[in-house]
Write a protein that binds this ligand. Structure first.
Ligand code: FAD
Length: 620
């Protein structure tokens, strides 16, 4: 973690100095704002944390609830989300308090006595096989707390405006603040008022009023299958109480998920097909009936429920919204966006909703920040819908398959191992690593993909270890990238680093074109060099100036942009081998939301310039 470059900091370094609108931020909702976020779920809170890194943009977040979420629904945190938490600065803390999924066990009917269940397989969970980050279970409310902290500790000092309900909006054709939003402050009898915004993000969940206001509709159907879910403290003789399990019994199915803290567990209990004309009556299934069903499925084991922290009954629905923004035609750029459950809903059992919703927020945040600070043209905002809608559709397709597999009856299962096999074979998708954005103004074509085969274009930058030359420590290259809205440019050197030096000379004016004169030289592009040599085989001061920028009011040298690939005592791997990088050198450009945007040889400086000319505006 880097700090002190704006002068000595004696307090908590994670609290960044307030800047721009974060200085003297008005406590009351203003009449006008640049960005209005509706809803403080995972999508809205991440978006607020991201916008706090753009303190020149006025952002408000309104939430109908009168305070923080106490009990959340979601609890499954996929490795891609933990990676994202790392970028927002709280991965270590949340990992420490979460339940870490190490195993997934499968149970089925005992062939000798089918009324009893037996363990049919024990599989290692996929988390660490796919990422350096784990697969976690932790309450959604805690995730929101951490994002709220990041929003408040960022330079924009954003805090949610609780107790404010969105009522409706109108998008006008003209005006600096074309979106007129009606809200009610202070509960049902509260005062109605109007706020005008440049952009509105509808992060208001499955029953989104913003979605309705822009005339978008959820397309899809509710499946005729109901599940009970409960977070419980129990005494039990079931030996896998502290291990995640899928249980397929004659009496029904359970997805069992241990929770953080060592005692609590969540059980998703299959309540079976919903009869035609049930008209949501299944949602009134009494808790006692759900507990009885759980005991029937677990037979011969039992649970003696001591406390139910939370429970619910729901029907599975698979729906995607017919558009993710309000731009109905190509003549106008979007002003209103939908994120998270407002534009995709599905079952809870693949643990996806919160995770995908956060990635929606991550995708949208930097784009709003860049456009509103004049860094990027407005058409950048159209890429939000074009990138995220296909991801939502893939999610629905995956979840439909996974939840139907989970809901099978034992007689429909020919091989007791097949659920375990499917779980592991498809793990990269739920982990969040299958998202691959198509070529666009922010993802270049794949002409040079072969130079960096291990960094597929359009996919998230998969970190690997390197040695930091300044201090000889092994570090993850990707972990240095914070969710601060900057582009990352990784210059992997050629063998003798002569090409790297020429590249650095040639690109410096290009980066300067887009960097404000009054900010740090790396305010827009965080450029790093990775040498093929060992960290002790050259002097860091021989690296080109581009990689040793002078930052802050004292113009202090940043010593953390030069890395070495040759394995050392602390770093056992070579990133060139790990990620199949050309030994002739290669430049990997990574977006502010961590997706690989361009791969170029060191001599393709004009191509690099053309790429950024397509998505950035020169400073005036
Ligand atoms: P939400 O979390 O729904 O947040 C919307 C916010 O908007 C709320 O705070 C709401 O109060 C506010 N709001 C709504 N209307 C207004 C208004 N008019 N004005 C102001 N504010 C408003 N996902 C996972 O990834 N992993 C899991 O393990 C998982 N388990 C789940 C278990 C259950 C039982 C359920 C039901 C869901 C589960 N999910 C899970 C799904 C997950 O909870 C959602 O996908 C996620 O919360 C969606 O986030 P969001 O930010 O889009 O919306």
């Amino acid at each position: 973690m880097q700090f002190h470059h704006h002068g000595y900091v004696s307090g908590e370094p994670r609290v960044l100095p307030a800047q721009g609108t974060g200085v003297d931020r008005p406590a009351d909702l203003p009449d006008e704002t640049d960005v209005l976020i509706v809803g403080s779920g995972p999508a809205g809170m991440l978006l607020a944390a991201q916008m706090s890194q753009f303190p020149d943009v006025r952002t408000r977040l309104i939430e109908r609830r009168d305070g923080r979420l106490v009990l959340g629904q979601a609890d499954g945190i996929q490795p891609r989300s933990v990676e994202t938490f790392q970028a927002f600065g709280f991965a270590e803390r949340i990992v420490a308090e979460a339940y870490n999924i190490g195993w997934m066990n499968f149970w089925g009917p005992d062939p000798e006595n089918p009324g009893n269940i037996v363990r049919t397989s024990r599989t290692e969970d996929y988390g660490f096989k796919i990422s350096e980050f784990p697969h976690l279970i932790v309450n959604q409310a805690r995730v929101l707390d951490y994002f709220a902290e990041a929003a408040h500790h960022g330079p924009g000092r954003i805090v949610p405006d609780y107790g404010v309900e969105f009522l409706g909006l109108t998008v006008h054709d003209t005006g600096e603040y074309p979106v007129e939003v009606r809200v009610r402050c202070g509960g049902d009898d509260g005062e109605e008022r109007t706020i005008r915004a440049k952009y509105v993000a509808g992060c208001d969940g499955a029953r989104s009023g913003v979605r309705e206001a822009i005339g978008r509709t959820h397309v899809g159907a509710m499946a005729a299958h109901a599940w009970g879910v409960m977070d419980v403290l129990v005494n039990t003789d079931f030996p896998d109480w502290r291990t995640k399990c899928a249980i397929n019994a004659e009496a029904g199915n359970i997805l069992h998920i241990p929770r953080e803290g060592g005692y609590l567990s969540r059980m998703y209990i299959d309540l079976g097909e919903v009869a035609d004309g049930d008209n949501r009556q299944v949602r009134h299934t009494p808790l006692e009936a759900v507990i009885q069903k759980a005991n029937d499925i677990l037979h011969p084991y039992t649970i003696d429920v001591k406390e139910v922290a939370w429970h619910s009954v729901y029907e599975v629905g698979h729906r995607v919204t017919d558009g993710f923004d309000d731009a109905l035609d190509a003549d106008r750029h979007p002003r209103v966006f939908l994120t998270g459950d407002a534009c995709h809903t599905h079952s809870a059992k693949a643990g996806q909703g919160m995770n995908v919703s956060m990635q929606d927020g991550f995708n949208l945040g930097w784009k709003l920040g860049h456009v509103l600070t004049g860094r990027a043209p407005e058409e950048l905002l159209s890429t939000y819908a074009s990138e995220r809608r296909p991801v939502a559709q893939q999610l629905i397709d995956f979840d439909r398959e996974w939840s139907s597999l989970m809901a099978r009856k034992p007689e429909e299962i020919s091989d007791p191992q097949d659920l375990a096999t499917y779980y592991l074979a498809t793990a990269e998708f739920p982990s969040g690593f299958m998202t691959q954005y198509e070529p666009s103004m922010i993802v270049a074509g794949d002409a040079h993909q072969a130079l960096a085969a291990g960094f597929p274009l359009g996919r998230r930058f998969k970190s690997a270890e390197v040695t930091r030359v300044g201090d000889g420590n092994a570090v993850h290259l990707g972990h240095h990238a914070r969710a601060d809205g900057r582009w990352r440019v990784y210059a992997f050197a050629d063998r003798d680093a002569v090409g790297l030096a020429s590249w650095a000379d040639a690109v410096a004016p290009l980066f300067a074109r887009y960097t404000p004169a009054d900010g740090d030289v790396d305010a827009v592009f965080d450029v790093k060099a990775i040498y093929q040599q060992g960290f002790d085989e050259f002097e860091i001061t021989d690296a080109p100036e581009l990689f040793l920028p002078k930052v802050g009011p004292h113009a202090l040298t940043d010593w953390e942009k030069v890395y070495a690939a040759t394995p050392s005592a602390w770093c056992r791997t070579d990133i060139f081998d790990e990620r199949e990088l050309s030994r002739d050198g290669v430049v990997v450009v990574v977006r502010p939301d961590q997706y690989v945007a361009a791969i170029l040889p060191l001599d393709a400086v004009d191509e690099l310039g053309a790429f950024f000319a397509g998505n950035l505006l020169p400073t005036s």
